[in-house]
Design a protein around this ligand. Structure first.
Ligand SMILES: CC(=O)SCCNC(=O)CCNC(=O)[C@H](O)C(C)(C)COP(=O)(O)OP(=O)(O)OC[C@H]1O[C@@H](n2cnc3c(N)ncnc32)[C@H](O)[C@@H]1OP(=O)(O)O
Ligand SMILES: CC(C)C(=O)C(=O)O
Length: 564
């Protein structure tokens, strides 16, 4: 398999052992059992062509597919730092995110495009910065807006081509899917984007003849890279290799574009399949650091790079890896991204090639949904339904917008968070209490004293969640505090809702506050949450003709003030 020899760029991908790229130290070629590799210059970047037939582009999607790993949410600042490291490693393309997914993801991609995408290394190398997009116009425009300031901007658009995805998830006919794909590529061209990657999602389970047809059409429309995703990790290496070589042989125009692989790890075969794809003629491999990614993950950059660097000259048929926690891993049946969750809710076979029940596992939520930054309306609405809420569309949209803002800051969105969001939306806060001032005395000498808010407002609340983020930098950083509370004591029985996990979940209320002082910001957040809780309890009491909690709370405080 001589066609998959990869030299310098992938050695550049192994630079960690040889010090940072900017140190100017000479890279040691990879050794082990292989002869030292000859260092050759990286070919000039042309989107649809590589002038060295042995060169395989490394497309790192840690910041996009990797971030779809449940619990792996990154802030835009963290993404920028990681992108800088990826650039030091020398990866050819950085897929920086899915800009339509959330305001912070848009910001991350834009910041990476402007910074890392313009930081040209001494040897002229600068990574391509890519953003993912559905075929919808607004997605495409948002993605282009996010990447366009990079020196080498790319938009990656995709639409599913397997029968199950088209029928159940997209609810489109094959002709409509072709039309969407072609229009998307043309729309990108009209925006000024000339580096366009197209993926027929779930290609591993799609009809090959349909793949040849749609791929030929997007090439005519202007696509420059055709990525072939094995979205559910279904194929075996020999099948994937054959799929890639057949696409190359049977798709009119394929000789004028780059063919790429994107292999998920559900059967632990992502690295093996990617290497098989390269043997079949793919010249771009999509992968992530440590193989993180949706469910059981993606092909691991380290494994792919080292396998090609060490074994690129040999037959790679026997090469096997099984390190990913497929099948038994905690995330193997968890779905974090909105499009996957939407598919799972419509038909579980869209994103699972086996069910957890097959191996004796059970999950509390039938579709394995983990709410987070990448979730969409369908997933959120379903969870709301499980918690007993049916919201009209305008309220759902408002809750969704606030949910995305929260998820940009918080990795795991719990049911309490969802309840707090919906309560905030449905029960607009009554301003019962305002924090005018606060004094805290503390120190290592003497007794710390504070006037507790609870004893003033006479409402008992239990703290469910508390988090602080610094929103600005430096010594005067603004602390943004968020608290979630629920009624306790006499009011503990208020507002239970049925839980889809069995039992009941109590309503919770959130509040946030910002200040340079963490104690003040916490107090502000707490008072804001208390106001919402008191407002809710009052509305319930008023409906029952009882004294409202707001009145009771204020009466209590008046008595307290008189006593004082
Ligand atoms: C295989 C992959 O990894 S694809 C990448 C998956 N990554 C993600 O989904 C992460 C980011 N996703 C999100 O933030 C959200 O899902 C969003 C913002 C993209 C969309 O949110 P929402 O508009 O609320 O939609 P939701 O996620 O509930 O459902 C997805 C919708 O997109 C449609 N869709 C899915 N893929 C595509 C596509 N490639 N082109 C056009 N439409 C598509 C689905 O059919 C569904 O449409 P419907 O609402 O009309 O039924
Ligand atoms: C968007 C595509 C490439 C994807 O992530 C998949 O199909 O797994």
């Amino acid at each position: 398999m001589a066609s998959c020899i990869v030299r310098q760029p992938l050695l550049a991908g192994c630079r960690a052992t040889a010090g940072p790229r900017s140190s100017g130290r000479r890279m040691q070629p990879v050794r082990a059992t292989a002869a030292p590799q000859q260092q050759r210059a990286r070919p000039e970047y042309v989107p649809n062509r590589i002038d060295d037939p042995d060169y395989v582009r490394i497309f790192d999607t840690t910041l996009r597919d990797g971030e779809q790993s449940p619990g792996a949410t990154l802030t835009s600042k963290e993404k920028l730092e990681i992108a800088k490291k990826l650039s030091q490693l020398g990866v050819d393309i950085i897929e920086a995110g899915f800009p339509i997914a959330s305001p912070d993801d848009f910001e991350a991609v834009r910041a990476i495009a402007m910074d890392v995408g313009n930081a040209v290394h001494d040897d002229g190398y600068v990574p391509v910065i890519c953003g993912l997009s559905r075929t919808r116009e607004k997605d495409l425009e948002t993605a282009w807006e996010a990447v366009r300031h990079a020196k080498l901007p790319r938009v990656h658009t995709f639409i599913a081509t397997s029968e199950i995805h088209m029928k159940y998830k997209l609810r489109m006919s094959p002709d409509q899917v072709i039309e969407n794909a072609v229009n998307a590529v043309k729309h990108l061209r009209s925006l000024g984007c000339s580096d366009i990657e197209f993926s027929p999602e779930d290609a591993g389970r799609s009809e090959p003849a349909f793949l040849y047809e749609i791929l030929a059409e997007v090439i005519k429309a202007g696509a420059t890279t055709l990525n072939i995703p094995d979205t559910t990790g279904w194929t075996l290496p020999h099948e994937f290799q054959s799929l890639i070589s057949k696409i190359k042989a049977n798709t009119p125009g394929a000789e004028g574009v780059i063919i790429s692989t994107h292999c998920q790890n559900d059967l632990g075969l992502s690295t093996a399949n990617s290497l098989a794809g390269a043997m079949g003629g793919a010249r771009q491999i999509e992968c992530t650091i440590n193989g993180i990614g949706e469910r059981a993950g993606n092909a691991s950059l380290e494994e792919v790079v080292m396998a090609i660097a060490l074994r690129g000259k040999d037959q790679m048929g026997g090469l096997w890896t099984g390190a990913r926690p497929a099948i038994v891993g905690a995330n193997a049946f968890a779905h974090e991204s909105g499009i996957h969750q939407d598919g799972m809710l419509k038909n579980r076979d869209t994103y699972e090639i086996m069910s957890p029940e097959t191996i004796g596992l059970q999950r509390v939520d039938a579709a394995g949904i983990v709410l987070g930054k990448h979730s969409g309306r369908n997933a959120l609405n379903t969870r709301l339904g499980q918690l007993g809420f049916q919201l009209p569309e305008d309220q759902l949209n408002d809750v969704f917008r606030r949910f995305k803002n929260l998820a940009d800051r918080k990795k795991n969105i719990s049911d309490e968070d969802v309840l707090a969001l919906v309560n905030d939306e449905v029960h607009q806060p009554t301003v019962v209490w305002v924090l005018e001032g606060l004094q805290v005395v503390c120190g290592s000498m003497g007794l710390p004293t504070a006037t507790a808010i609870d004893s003033l407002v006479r409402v008992q609340a239990e703290l469910v969640d508390y988090s602080v983020n610094s929103v600005t930098e430096g010594i005067e950083a603004l602390a943004n505090t968020r608290v979630v509370i629920r009624p306790a004591g006499k009011q503990a029985d208020e507002g239970y809702v049925a839980s889809y996990k069995g039992g009941r979940t109590q309503r919770s209320f959130s509040g946030s506050g910002a200040d340079e002082d963490i104690v003040v910001s916490s107090a502000r957040a707490y008072v804001s949450a208390l106001n919402k809780m008191i407002g809710f309890i009052s509305a319930k009491a008023a409906a029952n003709g009882a004294t409202s909690a707001a009145e009771a709370s204020q009466d209590g405080a008046a008595e307290e003030a008189v006593a004082a």
